[in-house]
Design a binder for this molecule. Structure first.
Ligand SMILES: [Fe+2]
Length: 565
């Protein structure tokens, strides 16, 4: 989609909320501009900007005085990113890190960085050039809200210090209600550094997409070799033992973000991001850690993990403060789709331990017969407050499609038929009554066309959603698409069991253990999801294959059709 002409109020360089702490001044004006009495932005000649992709701006790029050189090291080694767009603004991100893997290499003082916004990739049609501050207590990261833009436009951005220029990012705003006729986005999760290359990001970067939705496990907290595939496949290794403090979490994000394909996917479009467990600790639930860590110690670890996550994600959120960090939020694509990003980790009750364990290879004691705890409506995945927020957020909107950006599968899975379903208690099956309550409440709130997007399971599924997934007679109330992992592997010992298990679970219309991603095209009448799988996740140059296509028809809940190719 081409950049469109922008209006007089197109760029005010405003900094609100999250950006206030990171910007010089409360409302910095672009260099070369003045603000007229009506508060509208003009350029240095006093004329109204009449920019388009073919005109050349009179705005001069800002030059920073006394810009450090870092002996030639690139301060933009971690690339650029954007995220959480709305009709008139979007967050742009970078981190100054000339020595990214060992603390960043920045001094313990603030550092200014220039930010250019332009209509064209060559930055000849410059909309603004301004200065943003970075500070050591935020790892010299930028979260700048580019505001005052027109709806439904693309633009380019870059950061500069002295002779150093960042990679160029491309970002966009969302359409207004009534103007949204199509949304194209990709989504995925789970990119264990040690489990595979990031060829999926390379292919995603080349896709024609408005957004990228990320559903968690951006990093893995483990030390080297935890996944047992490094030595055999010659893949990459984690750069420290299991991470538990802020410097280590920062270095881990820097390691992951050093990948050029991940950087390219960030630079290509805005991302909308939530987390899952590995951004903090595997399978944690609230303040219950995987290994029974002392509550106070785990709280300190979680605070460090929250801080590092915020620092490295292009999110429209104020930096975390205190013990709780609320990240659930809604992104509107006009009135075509409302995307509600959920946090299924921080406020969940602990996974049930009262059902009989069903021994399966490679899953520990997570698979249990559905027990009393899972059937208790007070056993919640989102917590009461977030659940209420979700229902209110859906109720407040009249979007055609209601989309949940969610961590773990909701469609249910009975691994071994018996008196009670054998379920993975880390998924919504461990919160069985709560799932039913939420799906009923979503229906009551007007979520007629419900699509749940999911990650976590290192495999992909296309499924119908029922209030009780184990009651085949119940009506279908929505559809779920679970994207494959970028690099994290589905347990090899379970691959052979999959066809048998799928026979017990007709709600799952398609399943694939391969790595890759999904892309979706959303229109008022139809939702189409395409499954793209990698030929070889261990190879940076792996080909990608379109494996399956599934449709949902507006007004008819669930999967309308699946076509494999
Ligand atoms: Fe994962």
């Amino acid at each position: 989609m081409a950049s469109r002409r922008i209006s007089r109020r197109r760029f005010l360089g405003a900094s609100a909320g999250l950006a206030a702490a990171a910007c010089t001044g409360d409302d910095p004006e672009p260099i070369g501009t003045t603000t007229d009495p009506a508060g509208e932005s003009t350029n240095s000649t006093g004329t109204t900007p009449t920019t388009s992709s073919t005109t050349t701006s009179t705005i001069a790029p800002i030059t920073l005085a006394d810009a450090p050189d870092w002996n030639g090291s690139d301060p933009f080694s971690l690339g650029v990113a954007s995220g959480d767009p709305d009709e008139q603004s979007v967050v742009v991100w970078t981190r100054l890190a000339p020595d990214p893997l060992t603390g960043g290499g920045m001094p313990g003082s603030d550092q200014a960085v220039a930010l250019d916004i332009a209509a064209d990739e060559g930055f000849s049609d410059l909309w603004s050039s301004t200065t943003v501050n970075t500070s050591p207590d935020q790892a010299h990261t930028v979260h700048h809200l580019v505001d005052g833009l027109d709806a439904d436009i693309w633009f380019f951005y870059r950061f500069r210090i002295g002779s150093h220029v960042s990679p160029i990012g491309r970002a966009r705003t969302t359409p207004r209600p009534g103007d949204a006729t199509e949304l194209r986005f990709g989504f995925s999760s789970c990119q264990n550094w040690e489990s595979g290359a990031y060829a999926a990001h390379r292919h995603l970067a080349d896709e024609d997409l408005d957004l990228m939705i990320w559903l968690g496990d951006y990093i893995y907290e483990y030390g080297p070799g935890n996944q047992g595939v490094v030595s055999s496949a010659g893949l990459r290794e984690h750069n420290s033992p299991e991470i538990t403090d802020l410097p280590a979490y920062r270095n881990r994000y820097a390691l992951y973000r050093s990948d050029p394909h991940l950087q390219a996917n960030h630079a290509a479009r805005p991302w909308v991001i939530t987390w899952d467990d590995h951004e903090i600790d595997n399978d944690h639930a609230g303040l219950v850690s995987e290994d029974g860590q002392d509550r106070e110690a785990f709280l300190a670890r979680r605070r460090a993990a929250h801080q590092a996550w915020w620092e490295h994600m292009p999110v429209r959120l104020d930096p975390p403060s205190g013990d709780v960090f609320e990240i659930h939020r809604s992104i509107d694509w006009g009135d075509l789709a409302a995307i509600h990003m959920l946090d299924g980790r921080q406020f969940r009750d602990d996974q049930p331990t009262d059902g009989e364990v069903v021994p399966l290879p490679g899953v520990g004691d997570l698979v249990r017969r559905l027990g009393d705890t899972a059937r208790n409506p007070d056993q919640r995945m989102l917590g009461e407050e977030q659940q209420r927020w979700l229902i209110d957020s859906v109720q407040d909107r009249s979007s055609i499609w209601t989309v949940l950006g969610n961590q773990v599968f909701m469609h249910g899975l009975d691994a071994v038929p018996g008196d009670q379903p054998a379920t993975n208690t880390d998924t919504w099956d461990g919160y069985h009554a709560n799932r039913a309550e939420i799906l009923e409440q979503l229906g009551g709130a007007g979520a007629d066309n419900l699509v749940v997007l999911t990650g976590d399971f290192h495999s992909s599924s296309t499924a119908d959603l029922r209030i009780d997934p184990f009651d085949r007679t119940g009506p279908v109330v929505g559809a779920e698409f679970m994207a494959p992992a970028i690099s994290s592997r589905f347990p090899a010992q379970l691959v052979d069991l999959a066809p048998l298990v799928l026979g017990f679970n007709p709600q799952i219309r398609h399943f694939d253990p391969a790595n890759g991603y999904m892309t979706c095209t959303v229109t008022p009448d139809r939702w189409t999801t395409r499954l793209h799988t990698l030929a070889d996740v261990t190879r940076d140059d792996s080909a990608i294959v379109l494996t399956a296509t599934a449709d949902v028809v507006a007004g008819s809940p669930g999967i309308a059709s699946v076509t494999t190719s």
